[in-house]
Design a protein around this ligand. Structure first.
Ligand SMILES: Nc1ncnc2c1ncn2[C@@H]1O[C@H](COP(=O)(O)OP(=O)(O)OP(=O)(O)O)[C@@H](O)[C@H]1O
Ligand SMILES: [Mg+2]
Length: 297
């Protein structure tokens, strides 16, 4: 069992409706169920289900923030919730079930003031020394936070704890361009195309849904073919891939088995309608032999 801290600067409280939205009509539904969403929270959930000791750190402002903290805690994940004056963003997912296509509406982000960003840094810095791995996932809710990930990565380096970042755009470039870049990143193909500093990361996984993944490590590059599955909802597959990779690496598995497990976790998620609700077991195991790995020096 390992200790992993995940950081989600831009989480979301999603409201899930079983009825599809019909434009121009009032649609009644029995309930709008609140659901925790956020990339690092997804990673923490999957790792927690693999038996690791995780902690999910995130901004959580006002009443919607309190609802998010409650939902994450209800999943059995210890939380480190940092209050903001602005309320946490919300989203609406309509008709999210196995029979109907899913549509969603979501707010972009929320304001984070300087003292609130500092409170997150202080909370994280106080926890880093106890961790085997720190994983930062997703975007930032406020453009003023562009140095946030670079600062966390620097503190991880200071305290000699491994830091992985799965993000994109200016905040990712700033972390990669800093004196202490993360040791691993996992952009998808589109995010990779947006960045300019990927050369600075030691290990890079460029995923592309059901198509091949390219991995660049110092000793070699690898190509992964994911196992074929009937895709239902690929949202969160990158988070499941990263959680699977972290689980396999922290368990000391061979490199090829780490890649195989990561790809199987991503695919197992894509084959379900819900997001990052996979757990160890047959749904992942059955896919392992179908992952193909080749090396390209
Ligand atoms: N349709 C699919 N079939 C098989 N494997 C898939 C499929 N979709 C995703 N995967 C697996 O999950 C991995 C990550 O998927 P993807 O590239 O979509 O991540 P992502 O865009 O970062 O997702 P997110 O950010 O929503 O978590 C892929 O490399 C692959 O191993
Ligand atoms: Mg992703």
């Amino acid at each position: 069992m390992a200790r992993i801290l995940t950081i989600t600067a831009n989480p979301l409280l999603d409201f899930l409706s079983s009825q599809a939205l019909v434009p121009g009509k009032v649609t009644r539904c029995p309930a709008l169920s609140p659901m925790a969403a956020g990339k690092g929270i997804n990673v923490a959930r999957v790792l927690q289900r693999h038996g690791h000791q995780t902690c999910a750190c995130f901004f959580a402002g006002s009443h919607t923030g309190a609802m998010l903290s409650e939902a994450v805690a209800a999943d059995g994940i210890p939380t480190l919730a940092i209050p903001t004056r602005a309320r946490l963003r919300i989203g609406l997912i309509s008709a999210a079930n196995e029979n109907q296509a899913q549509g969603s509406l979501l707010e972009d982000g929320f304001a984070v003031e300087e003292d609130e960003a500092q409170a997150l840094l202080d909370a994280v810095n106080g926890r880093i020394a106890d961790q085997d791995l720190v994983i930062i996932s997703g975007s930032v809710p406020d453009p003023r936070l562009q140095q946030l990930y670079a600062k966390i990565a620097a503190e991880c380096q200071n305290q000699q704890v491994t830091c992985w970042i799965d993000s994109y755009g200016a905040v990712m470039d700033a972390a990669l361009d800093s004196p202490h870049p993360p040791s691993l990143s996992k952009p998808n193909r589109e995010e990779y195309a947006m960045g300019s500093q990927w050369a600075n990361v030691e290990e890079l996984h460029i995923t592309d849904g059901g198509k091949g993944t390219t991995i660049r490590r110092p000793e070699a590059s690898y190509q992964l073919s994911p196992p074929p599955v009937q895709e239902i909802n690929p949202v969160g597959s990158g988070d499941c891939y990263l959680a699977g990779l972290a689980h396999a690496r922290l368990s000391g598995w061979e490199l090829s088995d780490q890649f195989r497990y990561a790809a199987a976790c991503g695919a197992a998620n894509a084959a379900r309608w819900d997001v990052a609700q996979i757990a160890p077991g047959p749904a992942i195991d059955v896919l392992l032999p179908q992952v193909r790995i080749s090396e390209a020096r």
